[in-house]
Design a protein around this ligand. Structure first.
Ligand code: BGC
Length: 908
């Protein structure tokens, strides 16, 4: 009876956890056999426009009512017209029935795709039993401008008029059947047609090394054009093109390049391009900069400037400029958008006529002001992460960034203003110069960042873990601005490669990063020097060149993560030559298999105890060469895999000779970072692993009272290394620690985003309150606590390993990740004498589910959905989807196919 009651309680708990994660209990299940594929994507994006790969890749997700199912074959149809597709005609590509288990990274194999054309596609699949699904709902994709010659216009800028508003009128003499605009800028643009802003993208295009490459966006403007007179208008801001950082700005003034192509009924074509015939004027944005913010004079607004018939005779001719000679690539990643609007939680007036709004959250973006007053009234919004003791904003963490927006009122009633060409990192906004007394409704916080989709959720029964997960999410998102940045507030906001590599796995488990990192890896390759060296920031505006190896490693590490998480072989193929060049550069710096020159200066950045750089850089050297060997293996290039493997082995031996102290079982000077890196990178001779692990755990427990001493490089290795060495309980204690230094300490001090330093500091020195680099622990939440991992030999979650680490004082954990192949879930709870685990494995994948025995458990019985599958040390076959079970260390390892499983492990 007692067992029954417990079982019911567990079912309710696991069910509750699933609901918390937003998952229907029967996710992915359909009535009777294979369900139509869903989540159709082309080059990782849903219905993208501007695909510029001649052979784009498709992916979809499968559904099936039964367990243990996979795709035996698929058929993709690509059509030039939706009607054809509706009649199952793939006039562009009919793949036929392709026997294949692949449903991500499926390469287009039809007729050549036409520049600027739209295509429609759908897919069906056959299951194990040869039963076919229905076709999916149609997806679509549009091609970009595939050749440089198709850009007919010129780069134009504001010339001596200092113009930042541009306009051009044109006539359309027929009904528009299709129209597209392609636009890029050196700086930021806002595109308007016939009085309306085109798309919700902001801060577009993404930041690149503009002289080498610019990104263009593609918009469908068929419904924006009309027969007769039309107007196209562009506002320009300086963005990163004009922002000096440690290196000078790229350009003296912004410019843009536009190509509009319309098709009229009867097949006639109309084109409008950027050229010297456009008119320009200095509009209401009278100054703008990433760091300093925007100054906007509402009195300079001119109604109708973006509509036809506007009298633009006082405007000057736009100037044709040289612009960028770089490659024009389509911006194939999610755009930057306003993704949320926060209502302030508090309004105070710490000094007369000074008002401070608290958004309740450190965020990236800007404030939207609502105001009424006399023309010319100047309202200043100043942003800050902190308050001082008197409740005034404290801007010490902003460095030299002015971070303010200034608005001069038009004076014609209620006015709404928000910045366009800048962004700030802030929790507080100080308003001065406000006419009258503001209320909470005066301001809204506009949350802005690259609009990546959430793919992961992690919840646990201990609030501190959820709080940390929450601030990781915020820190990650607020540091995605077309490139992964270090911080969002001070005069930096750079693509520091170390920060990017350390947090990539966390980012990929929480968000859909596939397209974002695909773009960023190309940016890194663009920044590579002829000798193979890489800088520490990309695009390069700061830092050493060559960068510290923990920063340079981002190139190889991100490529590897793309393979692991998404099964992306193409990116490995594309980058192989660059990666080898990078390895050759490292080799050129080495003698006797070790690099003795100090490359870069970071080491274990923001560490509490110093670890010698010489050791850290060589540990990275080993990591990079060893990863390259694995990449060559994936690519089937065995001779290179062998030679990089041998080189890696040589580096490992040299590292052990120079830095390992076999007598004491420690590396370098024995810091946590030194030993964690050695364990994490598998440098340690097998028979010494326990000794090194003991050294590490002793240091944490006895010398530092369960606290970390590492910087952000060391901590990335620390948590997985402890876990792999059998000390997940200690890693957990670090994760839930709340005294200094710890993640929980930040939470206890009210942090809503992660800090740059473990220390709680305020003052003008380096101490941003929104840095993502300590966020690597987020990956450990999914991989160790929830136990969601790639299986042996797996990439892209083809083979999965679910191995949760059950903590005595943690009642339950629940995580789900929408992987490239579908939903993976792991939710567990435990009671005295029982572990309950719910697992979901996508159709087309298999998993080894490793359920740990709790201390003191013996005579194990495992049930799945109430049916016994393990008893008296034996697997009992017969349960659908379960192929075998074995003892694995202190666990029962169960091999399953796709489906939902509810396991319960008890001792008899
Ligand atoms: C950045 C870091 C970066 C470091 C490296 C700092 O200023 O904010 O996140 O990785 O410099 O030098």
């Amino acid at each position: 009876m007692l067992r029954m009651v417990r079982f019911l309680t567990e079912c309710i708990l696991v069910g509750f956890m699933l609901v918390c994660c937003g998952l229907p209990l029967s996710y992915g299940q359909t009535v009777g056999g294979p369900g139509a594929p869903t989540n159709l994507r082309c080059e990782y994006l849903t219905d993208p426009l501007g695909v510029d790969s001649p052979q784009p890749r498709f992916s979809w997700v499968l559904a099936h009512s039964q367990r243990g199912e996979k795709q035996a074959a698929y058929q993709v149809l690509v059509a030039t017209e939706p009607d054809g597709l509706a009649h199952d005609r793939g006039d562009q590509w009919d793949s036929g029935k392709v026997p294949s288990e692949e449903f991500s990274q499926v390469v287009y194999g039809g007729k050549a795709l036409g520049s600027g054309r739209n295509y429609y596609w759908k897919v069906r699949y056959w299951d194990n039993e040869g039963k076919n699904s229905d076709y999916s709902r149609p997806g679509r994709f549009g091609m970009g401008l595939l050749s440089r010659e198709e850009w007919k216009g010129s780069w134009i800028g504001g010339g001596s008029a200092n113009g930042n508003e541009f306009r051009k009128e044109f006539t359309v003499t027929g009904k528009v059947t299709a129209a597209r605009v392609y636009i890029t800028a050196l700086g930021y643009y806002e595109l308007r047609i016939n009085g309306r802003k085109i798309s919700q993208n902001v801060l577009d295009p993404g930041w690149t090394t503009y002289p080498q490459r610019v990104l263009y966006s593609t918009y469908d403007i068929t419904s924006n054009l009309r027969q007769g007179a039309n107007a196209v208008a562009v506002m320009l801001g300086g963005g990163w093109a004009l922002q000096a950082a440690n290196l000078p700005a790229y350009y003296p003034s912004p410019a843009f390049l536009l190509q509009m192509n319309a098709e009229l009924e009867g097949g006639r074509q109309v084109s409008v391009v950027s050229d010297g015939a456009w008119k320009t004027i200095l509009g209401p944005v009278i100054a703008d900069g990433i760091y300093d913010g925007e100054v906007y004079d509402g009195r300079r607004e001119t109604t109708g400037w973006d509509t036809p018939g506007f009298a633009d005779s006082p405007w000057s001719a736009a100037q044709v400029v040289e612009g960028s000679a770089g490659i024009r690539s389509s911006q194939m990643m999610p755009p930057i958008r306003v993704v949320d609007t926060l209502v302030p939680v508090r309004l105070t007036s710490p000094s007369p006529a000074v008002y401070v709004f608290d958004m309740g959250q450190n965020m990236s973006g800007w404030a939207r002001l609502r105001v009424r007053g006399a023309a010319g009234t100047k309202v200043t919004l100043r942003y800050a992460e902190e308050l001082d003791a008197k409740g005034m904003i404290n801007r010490d963490t902003l460095g030299s960034a002015k971070s303010r927006d200034i608005y001069f009122l038009r004076g014609d009633g209620v006015e709404n203003y928000e910045a366009r060409f800048t962004y700030h990192g802030f929790r507080y906004v100080e308003v001065t110069g406000f006419p009258g007394t503001p209320s909470l409704d005066t301001l809204r916080g506009r949350v802005v960042h690259t609009a990546v989709n959430t793919v992961g959720s992690f919840l646990a029964s201990k609030e501190i873990l959820n709080d940390i997960q929450k601030i990781i999410r915020w820190s990650q998102l607020t540091n995605l601005f077309s490139v992964p940045t270090d911080c969002d507030q001070r005069n930096e906001r750079q693509g520091w490669l170390g920060d990017a590599q350390a947090t990539a796995e966390e980012a990929m488990l929480n968000f859909d990063m596939a397209a974002f990192y695909t773009n960023y890896i190309r940016d890194i390759a663009d920044a590579q020097r002829a000798d193979g060296a890489l800088p520490s920031t990309v695009p390069r505006k700061y830092g050493d060149f060559p960068g510290d190896l923990g920063w340079e490693t981002a190139y190889i590490s991100l490529c590897w993560h793309m393979w692991e998480q998404y099964g992306d072989r193409r990116i490995l193929e594309q980058q192989e030559a660059g990666l080898k060049k990078y390895a050759a550069f490292l080799n050129s710096q080495a003698t006797g298999n070790l690099i003795h020159n100090r490359l870069g200066h970071e080491g274990d950045w923001v560490e509490l105890e110093h670890t010698p750089h010489d050791y850290i850089q060589n540990a990275w050297y080993y990591h990079d060469v060893e990863t390259l060997a694995r990449i060559e293996q994936v690519l089937g290039n065995s001779p290179d895999a062998v030679s990089y493997g041998q080189l890696a082995q040589g580096i490992r031996e040299a590292l052990n000779r120079s830095f390992f102290h076999p007598d004491t079982g420690e590396y370098a000077n024995g810091t946590q970072a030194a030993n964690a890196m050695a364990l994490g990178l598998d440098l340690v001779p097998q028979d010494r692993r326990n000794a090194v692990a003991d050294h590490l755990t002793n240091d944490i427990l006895y010398y530092h009272n369960t606290h970390v001493t590492t910087g952000f490089i060391g901590v990335k290795f620390l948590m997985p290394a402890l876990t792999a060495a059998g000390h997940s309980d200690l890693a957990y204690d670090l994760a839930v620690q709340t005294t200094f230094p710890s993640w929980g300490y930040m939470v206890s001090k009210g942090a809503t985003t992660l800090w740059e330093l473990w220390q709680d500091k305020s003052g003008p020195a380096m101490n941003s309150h929104d840095h993502i680099m300590f966020g690597s622990v987020g990956a450990w939440f999914y991989q160790a606590l929830a136990g969601i991992n790639q299986g042996a030999g797996g990439a892209g979650y083809r083979h999965i390993r679910i191995q949760p680490h059950i903590m005595e004082d943690l009642d339950w954990t629940s995580a789900t990740v929408e992987t490239i192949r579908g939903t993976v879930t792991s939710s567990w709870t435990h009671f005295p004498g029982a572990v309950a685990l719910h697992v979901a494995i996508p159709v087309g994948s298999d998993a080894r589910v490793v359920i740990p025995k709790l201390p003191g458990m013996s005579d194990i019985v495992v049930e799945e959905s109430g049916r016994v599958i393990w008893e008296k040390d034996h697997f009992i076959s017969g349960a659908s989807g379960i192929t075998q079970a074995i003892q694995e260390n202190h666990s029962i390892a169960i091999d399953v196919g796709s489906g939902d499983y509810s396991f319960r492990l008890t001792s008899q």
